[in-house]
Design a binder for this molecule. Structure first.
Ligand SMILES: [Cu+2]
Length: 234
């Protein structure tokens, strides 16, 4: 009984590690869902391969002293060592490639645009209207309209940073002199957190930001409360 309780507690603790405001395994949008799908496929695939190897190791260790060697060891070496790995990796490559359009948002219609500027050490978000003019600006807090595909144009002013909201999608580098694009959609509620994912200096640890997902009206009202600052660079 105590063992069962212990095992249940260990499992609960393990699963609790999959949730939270910054967990890529707790997806709140289609890109993060695709990434989590690949992660779980790799996890279960690796688990199956590990169990297979451990089974073979156990068999080799405990089969007894006087049994004869494998009749045809070449088969196991060629099958397990040469044929199986390329097959598994090819399968993973195909699955990953098929998922990549969902991860980048390529081909998806864009509902809103946000410029992301990474600085030492903070995030500047500029919300653009349909004509590409900034209508609002915020620092270290990002508001997103729920269910809308948002295109982020990501750059940096000083060193390379990396824009990452694990519950929404993959990370993209913020490189000075270059604009990288990423499309993300936030469908879920709850606390979402972003973080600079590239070590950028002593302030790296404080380069986290909060993501607020609002409905359309809430998002518009939030933008109205965060006008572009006087003298802010374009
Ligand atoms: Cu940074």
């Amino acid at each position: 009984m105590a063992r069962k309780v212990g095992a249940a507690a260990a499992l609960a603790a393990l699963l609790a590690g999959c949730a939270g405001p910054q967990s890529a395994l707790d997806p709140a949008g289609p890109a993060a869902e695709a990434i989590a799908g690949i992660w779980w496929a790799m996890f279960w695939g690796a688990m199956a391969a590990w169990l297979l190897v451990m089974g073979l190791v156990s068999w080799a260790l405990y089969r007894g002293r006087n049994t004869r060697a494998l009749a045809r060891p070449g088969r196991l070496i060629v099958g397990g060592g040469l044929v199986l790995p390329p097959l598994l990796l090819a399968g993973l490559l195909v699955y990953g490639s098929v998922s990549s359009a969902r991860i980048t948002g390529l081909g998806a219609g864009v509902d809103a645009r946000v410029d992301v500027v990474a600085e030492r050490w903070r995030w500047r978000f500029r919300y653009l209207d349909d004509d590409g003019r900034a209508v609002a600006e915020s620092f270290d807090v990002l508001s997103l309209p729920r269910g809308r595909m948002v295109e982020f144009r990501i750059t940096g002013t000083d060193v390379i940073h990396s824009f990452w909201i694990p519950r929404l999608g993959g990370k993209v580098d913020a490189i000075p002199g270059r604009v990288n694009r990423l499309r993300l959609r936030a469908d879920g509620d709850g606390r979402i957190r972003g973080q600079c994912a590239e070590y950028c200096g002593t302030g790296h640890a404080v380069m986290a930001f909060e993501v607020l997902v609002h409905d359309d009206a809430g998002h518009a009202a939030w933008l109205a409360r965060h006008p572009v600052r006087e003298g802010s660079p374009p």
